[in-house]
Design a protein around this ligand. Structure first.
Ligand SMILES: Cc1cc2nc3c(=O)[nH]c(=O)nc-3n(C[C@H](O)[C@H](O)[C@H](O)COP(=O)(O)O)c2cc1C
Length: 187
C-alpha cells in the first residue's frame, strides 16, 4: 500500500472485530513503525504499553468513558505515556507530546496498511489507566490507542458514531488552517 493510500484509507472506525486477535508479528510491526519515527535529538520520548492479556485488558477497559463503549470490543489497547523531561524543552517549546504524536501517526498508518483499526482516544480516566498498567506518577498518560480488525456489529455505537462510521467527519475549509506565505493568507 502506498503511503497516500493509507492516508486516504485511515479512519477512526469504531466497529471492531472482538474475536480476531492481533498476532505477535503484527504487534512487532506496529512497534517498528512507531520506533522509527523522528524525534527531537532522537530522544524517543514515547513509552507505549501494549495491553492484550485478558485480565489486564478487562481492567483497562473500566477506564473508558461512557462515549467509548465501542472500544470495549478491542483485543488490544495501547497506553501511550511520556514526560516533558524525556524530550527537548527549548524555552517555551516542549516537544514530548509532539514527538509522541509523530510516532503514533506512523503506527496508525502501518496498522491501516495491515488492514487494522488503530484509533487514538482521549475519552478515558487517565488515573485508572495509570493504575491498571503501572504507569509511574511522573508520566502523562497521553492517549489510549484502540486496536482491532474491523467488525460488522454496530450495537455498541451511538447514532452519531454510526453516522461517522459511514462518512468521514468533515474538515475545516483548507484556508482556515493552512496559510500561504503569511499567517491568515489562505492556501
Ligand atoms: C487525540 C484524539 C482523541 C480522540 N478521542 C476520541 C474519543 O475519545 N472517542 C472517539 O470515539 N474518537 C476519538 N477520536 C477520534 C476522532 O473523533 C476522529 O479522528 C475525528 O472525528 C476525525 O475522523 P477520522 O479520523 O475518521 O477522519 C480521537 C482522535 C484523536 C486524534
Amino acid at each position: 500500500m502506498e503511503v497516500q493510500e493509507a492516508i486516504l484509507e485511515r479512519r477512526a472506525r469504531r466497529m471492531l472485530n472482538s474475536g480476531r486477535r492481533i498476532r505477535e508479528n503484527e504487534v512487532l510491526s506496529l512497534v517498528e513503525a512507531a520506533m522509527l519515527a523522528p524525534s527531537c535529538f532522537n530522544n524517543q520520548p514515547w513509552r507505549i504499553t501494549f495491553v492484550s492479556e485478558e485480565g489486564m485488558l478487562s481492567k483497562l477497559k473500566t477506564a473508558l468513558s461512557k462515549g467509548n463503549e465501542w472500544a470495549t470490543a478491542a483485543p488490544l489497547i495501547l497506553v501511550v505515556a511520556s514526560k516533558q523531561e524525556d524530550d527537548c524543552v527549548i524555552k517555551d517549546r516542549e516537544y514530548f507530546l509532539f514527538d509522541c504524536g509523530l510516532a503514533i501517526g506512523q503506527l496508525v498508518l502501518r496498522a491501516t496498511e495491515l488492514g487494522m483499526i488503530a484509533h487514538p482516544i482521549a475519552g478515558y480516566d487517565p488515573e485508572k489507566a495509570r493504575e491498571v498498567s503501572g504507569i509511574p506518577e511522573e508520566y502523562t498518560v497521553i492517549t489510549l490507542v484502540i486496536c482491532a480488525y474491523p467488525g460488522e456489529d454496530d450495537a455498541l455505537l451511538s447514532e452519531k458514531q454510526k453516522q461517522a462510521e459511514k462518512e468521514r467527519p468533515p474538515r475545516k475549509p483548507r484556508g482556515e488552517t493552512f496559510f500561504r506565505d503569511r499567517w491568515g493568507s489562505p492556501l
